[in-house]
Write a protein that binds this ligand. Structure first.
Ligand code: ADP
Ligand code: AMP
Length: 216
């Protein structure tokens, strides 16, 4: 199994790019945030355990997160790998991924966006109830306001996209997740892409960077 890991601050565009890459590269998109939100909606044990962390913008403890991801990666239905969005977010999660039998991280793509863009990105983010499709009221609006283009479900604003929670999530990112940039640089699989350009341009840049990693 080979993985493409997307790194970057909350709101950098990881989910948006992961979905697009998933379609182009024919690899499943696995988002830990989406999986937690799905567990919350379904009222599972993991959902109950994760709830308070999500609403406060804290990381869910590693044991719970690793358990959930390993379970998901255990049923890839024959896919050769996956695009991971939002996982790993700690060194321990990265080690768990590295130690997974048969798994290798082919590339870690750091989507870089200046911090001053992020509150605007996250306050304009809207997500669909049914499948978590992501929009932005200005930069990537749905054709009909408040309705998902793909599955017609209602769009909502994430509770953790409030400015206070966003600021906290950025602090958590700096402390716990930013060190993974060096982690993957040391392993020779890091690529950095400017995420502060139109969505299509970011995707193009990621795809060409992935080709370079493949030939390194
Ligand atoms: P992440 O998964 O990194 O938290 P998202 O993919 O959910 O980020 O993107 C955050 C918000 O920014 C969403 O509303 C999305 O539509 C918007 N967005 C994503 N990429 C861009 C971009 N290149 N330019 C402008 N807005 C973007
Ligand atoms: P995201 O959708 O990636 O912005 O994630 C939303 C929330 O889910 C985060 O603020 C965390 O509370 C939780 N979460 C998602 N991925 C992880 C992870 N890899 N480790 C710990 N918590 C996570």
């Amino acid at each position: 199994m080979h993985f493409i890991v997307l790194l970057g601050v909350p709101g950098a565009g990881k989910g948006t790019q992961a979905r697009r890459l998933s379609a182009t590269l024919a690899l499943p998109h696995i988002s830990s945030g989406d999986l937690f939100r799905e567990n919350l909606k379904q009222g599972t044990r993991i959902g109950h355990e994760a709830q308070k962390y999500l609403s406060r913008g804290e990381l869910v403890p590693d044991e719970i997160t690793i358990e959930m991801i390993e379970e998901r990666l255990g049923r890839l239905d024959g896919a050769e790998g996956a695009i991971l969005d939002g996982y790993p977010r700690t060194a321990r999660q990265a080690d768990a991924l590295e130690n997974m039998a048969g798994g290798i991280v082919r590339a870690a793509v750091h989507v870089e966006v200046p911090i001053e863009r992020l509150v605007e990105r996250m306050s304009g983010r809207r997500v669909c109830r049914e499948q978590g499709h992501v929009y932005h009221i200005v930069h990537n609006p749905p054709s009909e306001q408040g309705i998902c283009d793909v599955d017609d479900s209602e769009l909502y604003q994430r509770e953790d996209d409030k400015p206070e929670t966003v600021r906290h999530r950025l602090r958590v990112y700096e402390e716990r997740t930013a060190p993974l940039i060096d982690y993957y640089r040391e392993r020779g699989v890091l690529v950095s892409v400017n995420g502060d350009q139109p969505i299509e341009a970011v995707t193009e840049k990621i795809l060409s960077s992935l080709e370079q990693v493949a030939t390194r």
